[in-house]
Design a binder for this molecule. Structure first.
Ligand code: NDP
Ligand code: DXP
Ligand code: MN
Length: 381
């Protein structure tokens, strides 16, 4: 029986992880759950999956939850210390990092130090602290198993082959809801329009990232860390049908891809059972219904966020943190209707230009860069 801790159990990836666990009651069980503030759903999850511990970020909500589940044998904790206690629980074998944003860095690092394998959905952690996380994973002999659909597809296509065999990674992108639009057409788009992803149902933050294509930029950086390739070996290919989840071109020009319907339960399950494959109750791909698959080059002029991510990745050091922190803040402001859609790349660009670059940032440098970026945005917008 593999025991799982889920950081971000009430979100899109978290709830789909619980669905996978429900499909395999003989093999998988829940050791720990952690969420932000949705204690109504978290209580239901506690009653259904019986974790030993549940963490809530918000201390007041944690106190309310403690009373609500006082009939059960579950420890309720809160804040960052609570998150860390949940993911380092001795009984847990693997941690699914399904929290959104760079708040996931510290719990992920502590889980690695406690010897837990990581099923990594939280891409912001690798984008900002990839150099620290990948080294720690080596030092503590833990596996970082990708959950992000493209990275799982690359991982599945590689089948353990060494990075030296890779000629190129073909990282597919849907292009988001605004594919083919001009900058003029994007000037007045509404939050509702940006939240209409053509293929995937996901949390709000990543859905906006898909609309700006910053998501693809974050994924380029994530792929660099996960697979140890150079940036110029990663080619973004716009594939609006989201059926090819990504591919690897090898030195002999063979291209191996993973295809499927857009359903995150497959990459989640693959990470939880790796290297085994298990059955999954989900919709199978029907190529006759699909008819066509198409491919385009990304429009870096219109989707400036992707170009900025390449720039941040090339500069390295603390620049991806400046990009990511600026994006997290700007997306939150857009969702709050405080800025317009095209202000998102503008804010990222201004933060990157003003950022005091650090070559090999420590955890403290990364967290300080995050705070500086938030303060800088608050002082200007
Ligand atoms: N959704 C998807 O299909 C995919 C997601 N990803 C990545 O996975 C991560 C999660 O995405 P997604 O599931 O869509 O996001 P959601 O917004 O749906 O869920 C986020 C989760 O994080 C929790 N959370 C938020 N803030 C805190 C906090 N301070 N402390 C503890 N928990 C917190 C939320 O809790 P609460 O609701 O209680 O506030 C919720 O459980 C992101 O990094 C995303 O980029 C990658 C590929 C695909
Ligand atoms: C499901 C998943 O992994 C998302 O990251 C998804 O890929 C977003 O789609 P695009 O960023 O390609 O629009
Ligand atoms: Mn993805």
């Amino acid at each position: 029986m593999k025991k799982i801790a889920i950081l971000g159990s009430t979100g899109s990836i978290g709830t789909q992880t619980l669905d996978v666990i429900s499909q395999h009651p003989q093999d998988l069980s829940v050791a720990a759950l952690a969420a932000g503030s949705n204690i109504v759903l978290l209580e239901q999850q506690i009653r259904q999956y019986h974790p030993l511990i549940a963490a809530v970020w918000d201390a007041k909500k944690a106190a309310e939850l403690k009373i609500a589940v006082s009939d059960l044998d579950v420890k309720i904790v809160s804040g960052m210390e609570g998150m860390i206690e949940a993911v380092t629980l001795p009984e847990a074998d693997i941690v699914v990092t399904a929290v959104v944003g760079m708040i996931g860095i510290r719990p992920t690092m502590e889980a690695i130090k406690a010897g837990k394998d990581i099923a990594l959905a939280n891409k912001e952690t690798l984008v900002t602290a990839g150099h620290l996380i990948m080294q720690m994973a080596k030092d503590y002999h833990v596996q970082i198993l990708p959950v992000d659909s493209e990275h799982s597809a690359i991982f599945q296509s590689l089948k353990g082959e060494h990075a030296s065999g890779i000629r190129r990674i073909l990282l597919t992108a849907s292009g988001g809801p605004f594919r083919g639009k001009t900058l003029d057409e994007l000037a007045d788009v509404r939050v509702e329009d940006a939240l209409k992803h053509p293929n995937w149902s996901m949390g709000h933050k990543i859905t906006i990232d898909s609309a700006t294509m910053v998501n693809k930029g974050l994924e380029v950086i994530e792929a660099k860390w996960l697979f140890g390739v150079d940036l110029d070996q990663i080619q973004v290919v716009v594939h609006p049908q989201s059926v090819i989840h990504s591919a690897v071109e090898f030195q002999d020009h063979a291209v191996i891809a993973q295809l499927g319907t857009p359903d995150m339960r497959l990459p989640i399950q693959y990470a939880l059972f790796y290297p085994e494959r298990k059955p999954l109750q989900s919709e199978a791909l029907d190529l006759f219904k699909l008819h066509t698959m198409t491919f385009e080059e990304p429009d870096l002029g219109t989707f400036r966020g992707l170009a900025l991510a390449y720039e941040a990745a090339r500069r390295g050091g603390s620049m991806p943190t400046a990009l990511n922190a600026a994006n997290e803040k700007a997306v939150a402001m857009f969702l709050d209707r405080k800025i317009r859609f095209l202000d998102i790349p503008e804010i990222i660009s201004e933060c990157m230009a003003a950022h005091q670059w650090i070559d090999h940032p420590s955890l403290e440098d990364i967290l300080e860069t995050e705070q500086w970026t938030y303060r800088y945005i608050e002082s200007r917008w």
